[in-house]
Design a protein around this ligand. Sequence first.
Ligand SMILES: Nc1nc2c(ncn2[C@@H]2O[C@H](COP(=O)(O)OP(=O)(O)O)[C@@H](O)[C@H]2O)c(=O)[nH]1
Ligand SMILES: [Mg+2]
Length: 301
Amino acid sequence: MTRAGFVAILGRPNVGKSTLVNQLVGAKVSITAASPNTTRHAIRGIVTEGDVQVILVDTPGLHRPRTTLGGRLNDTARSAADGVDVIAAVVEANAPIGPGDRHVIETMLSHGRGADGPKLVVVVNKIDRTGKESVASQLLAASVVVDEIAAEKHHLDAASRVEYFPLSAKTGEGAEELMAFLRPAMPDSPFLFPDEEVSDVTEATWIAELVREQLVRKTKQELPHSIHCRVVEFEWPHVTVEILVERESQKGMVIGKKGQLLKDVGIAARSQLPEGMYLELKVRVEPGWQKRDDVLDRFGY
Ligand SMILES: Nc1nc2c(ncn2[C@@H]2O[C@H](COP(=O)(O)OP(=O)(O)O)[C@@H](O)[C@H]2O)c(=O)[nH]1
Ligand SMILES: [Mg+2]
């Protein structure tokens, strides 16, 4: 009999959720960057080993939304925790557990109620950034926060089932211990994805994501939030990605001096695409798209 199930990865922006999914899958399936709100969809990373399939659901970071897009990203993250077998809340080892983390832990606990509720995990990530003693005290701090929220919100039963894992999504330290917990937590089930698949992202979406990843990494301030990328033409080996920004001034920032920034983005994205693929980038202004429900619907957020 095979086993297969879902693990939702929750956390505030930038704690390393996407890096964790990539580390566990052993391949890049979700783009990552040092700026918040890089992940915009619930992306599934699939680990199939022997007769167990663990499907990791990467989610947008839970945050205080300032735009319609931000609100939708939170909804995507919360609904990703519905009906899963395990919920993992990720916090950082190298920063105090703050209000944003508390909100994440509360979301995890409230989804974890009932005897047949999901298994619950707190991952203390980025342990490569701190010493062993700080890791130990952060694990303790996390468990204190879990107990506090549980007492306050009447989630004591869920809180008693929480397991804690110190980990570095970057180096992989602690990843096997987490996988060893996740495998037996999967229910009896046929595989839900073909066993050679590592993600549920289509090729066109993936190409657009790779372009957006480079843009997010190379631009600053509010610009990463204002960018949406989509494939508008795809006829092998030619693919055209349209880059949408919100204002005319942002168009210039994306293109860069003498077109250098856009050129660098193209080179970096293309290096991760199949050999021989030809990538064309176009920039277009779609005024205020982040705040417009009609555009967000159209873009699938
Ligand atoms: N040092 C260190 N950096 C990490 C680790 N995990 C993630 N990061 C970095 O943290 C930033 C945010 O990572 P990302 O996975 O995009 O976070 P997300 O917003 O939670 O998905 C990136 O710059 C990552 O390289 C880790 O275990 N150690
Ligand atoms: Mg992410």
